[in-house]
Design a protein around this ligand. Structure first.
Ligand code: ATP
Length: 612
């Protein structure tokens, strides 16, 4: 290991490896915060009258049994029944203790069961509310976050609260009761011996807080280092072809060696610190026992206490470590929960930018007459994506949006679906400002067919039915037939029942496109937004897609973000955009005659085709 280079060293040696920087913005723990804690506890509210009191009651029963048995053994079994050789009392006591243990056993069983159900329910509720909240958030929320980071919050952060809700909260109560009970019992039995034995208390607190904290920090370092190792490994495997083609294997291995070495080092330190823990606990127990024997024996000899009390003390001393240790653990859980809940609440507090008015209206028989009235829009304050756009799309028209990349075509489509609201001006459909309308009544009338068709895992049938969940099998097949997807679907192993994985890897780009057309046709929207695929597809598929498209466009307002000349040529209106402004508009012939930007675009496409 001495030879291996640490990640930082390797960065210094090979500056080009700086690209391997994996930021970790996720704090593992945060200081305790009452406000946040109370908000978390709110999730227990639905159970305060049912599961909570039941779990607390059984917890109290089992704790009280644990607390009284040592006293019964010491003062009754030893000091009375055995000392006085009272066999019948001894029999009663043995039966009594057995019954108590049985009660404790049953109570414990239910405590564990109910506490777990409680925890699982709270986690289930929390994850549900987080998911449904995130689903309602607007596009700009997803623009600024990676899917991975959202996933981590819904899965990992919620999971890390699970421990707190399943065991933490009830255990906290149980340990406080148990610890207080033990201390009270010790003082009731013999105050001087209690004082002497409790000398070990600070040592135990030291182990369970300070030592445990340094150990915990070391393991956090290990986790951070492991996540770096994972990220690097993941990137290496994903990019293996590029690495090999640029002959970067040596550098890559060198960096891996560094990260791997750091990982080893962090694990070694964490293991070393953890190794102190057990011996420390044993040592404090040993000190307690030595005090008990020496001082206890002295007290017995001078007649201050009886042997039974000494035995009870030994029992309590044995029980001492457990609640202290668990309290330390719960404290750790709380700190981790603070960090996780802060991230969860940050999402829950996020409000959708696109809001529905309380008295929002519903579209009835939408015609699909779209008007942009002096619309200005900016994703970020400093960069305007659309300037003063005014346009009209009549019902049933096919409108093509053309322009260079980044000119604002997709943005116009996004505003029609109201994924964002204009910064100035208004977007109207059938004379209604979209901000006055219900979102679902708008979006059920619009279908969006994207360049990169999203295929969900499931069957082909289910994927097409996504457009209209109540459609019958026959309607699904009919939609597929109309757009010409039927042929390729039938050729698949299980036809319409063929399972496709998420993103539909087993299908070609053209087939995925046809599938998305069938989905859109089945939904039968008034407005169709089509981000035309630029992917190169063979001529035969191209012809098929063109035919499907014609069928799809019939009788609805269609907005096409068009790249293919053949589709643009037939559009009723072509809007040419540049830097978020409308340069010109008209049909193909008009714009060709005009000889402006559109003419140049068409000419350059022809030149490109000629060159081929
Ligand atoms: N989610 C976003 N957040 C911030 N800026 C964005 C976002 N989406 C697009 N933009 C910016 O807005 C401008 C218009 O983008 P838009 O996606 O509408 O272009 P486009 O004409 O559809 O381009 P393309 O043909 O490449 O798809 C661009 O400058 C782009 O960088």
């Amino acid at each position: 290991m001495a030879k291996s280079i640490s990640a930082n060293q390797s960065k210094k040696k090979s500056p080009h490896l700086n690209r391997f920087y994996y930021p970790l913005d996720q704090a593992v723990e945060k200081p305790f915060n009452w406000k946040q804690m109370l908000r978390l506890l709110n999730y227990l509210k639905p159970y305060v009258k049912t599961l909570m009191p039941a779990a607390i009651a059984v917890m109290l029963i089992s704790t009280i049994v644990r607390l009284v048995v040592p006293v019964i053994i010491g003062t009754w079994v030893i000091d009375k029944a055995i000392t006085e050789q009272n066999v019948s009392l001894l029999t009663y006591l043995i039966i009594g203790i057995s019954v108590l243990y049985l009660v404790s056993f049953i109570a414990n069983k239910y405590r564990i069961k109910w506490v777990n159900i409680l925890g699982q329910r709270v986690i289930h509720d929390l994850r549900k509310s987080l998911f449904s909240h995130v689903q309602r958030l607007s596009h700009n929320f997803f623009d600024s976050r990676s899917a991975g980071s959202i996933l981590v919050r819904i899965l990992n952060d919620v999971n890390s609260l699970q421990e707190l809700f399943t065991n933490g909260i009830i255990n906290l109560l149980m340990d406080i009761v148990l610890l207080t009970g033990i201390i009270v019992m010790l003082f009731v039995l013999s105050p001087p011996l209690a004082l002497a034995v409790l000398i070990i208390l600070p040592i135990m607190f030291f182990i369970s807080t300070k030592l445990r904290r340094t150990i915990r920090r070391s393991w956090q370092d290990v986790r951070i280092q492991k996540s770096r190792l994972n990220s690097h490994l993941n990137e290496s495997m994903q990019g293996i072809r590029i690495t090999q083609s640029f002959s970067q294997e040596k550098e890559n291995t060198e960096f891996f060696d560094g990260v791997n070495g750091d990982n080893y080092e962090k694990e070694r330190v964490a293991m070393k610190k953890s190794a102190y823990f057990g011996p420390f606990v044993e040592m404090s127990n040993a000190i307690g026992t030595v005090i008990l024997i020496s001082y206890g024996a002295h007290l017995i000899i001078n007649g201050s206490i009886q042997i039974g009390i000494f035995v009870s003390f030994a029992f309590y001393l044995g029980m001492f470590w457990e609640p202290i240790s668990r309290l330390g653990q719960i404290y750790n859980q709380l700190l981790v929960a603070m960090a996780s809940s802060e991230r969860i609440f940050e999402f829950l507090d996020e409000q959708p930018n696109v809001k529905e008015k309380e008295n929002a209206q519903t579209f009835k028989d939408m015609k699909g007459h779209i008007v942009f009235d002096h619309v200005q829009f900016a994703y970020n304050e400093d960069r305007i994506a659309l300037h003063e756009i005014s346009l009209e799309m009549k019902p049933g028209q096919t409108v093509a949006l053309v322009g260079h990349t980044g000119s604002g075509k997709t943005t116009i489509a996004n505003l029609i679906s109201r994924f964002y609201d204009p910064t100035q001006g208004s977007v109207k459909i059938d004379g209604h400002d979209l901000r006055d309308m219900r979102l679902d009544s708008l979006r059920t009338n619009i279908s969006v067919v994207l360049q990169d068709t999203f295929i969900f895992s499931g069957t082909i049938m289910e994927n097409i039915r996504f457009g209209r969940p109540d459609a019958s099998d026959e309607e699904v097949k009919e939609a597929a037939r109309v757009v010409g997807a039927d042929d390729f679907i039938k050729r698949l192993n299980n036809g319409y029942e063929t399972e496709v994985e998420e993103r539909g890897n087993i299908l070609s780009a053209g087939e995925r496109q046809l599938l998305s057309f069938a989905r859109a046709l089945l939904a039968d929207p008034r407005i169709l937004i089509l981000d035309e695929a630029t992917a190169s597809i063979d001529t035969e598929t191209e012809v098929m897609i063109q035919t499907a498209l014609k069928r799809l466009l019939q009788g609805r307002t269609a907005i096409m973000i068009a790249h293919r000349l053949s589709t643009i040529r037939e559009a009723d209106n072509i809007i040419v955009l540049e830097h978020g402004k409308i340069l010109e508009q008209g049909n193909h012939d008009e714009l060709m005659k005009h000889g402006g930007e559109y003419y140049d675009l068409v000419k350059s496409q022809f030149e490109m085709l000629d060159a081929l």
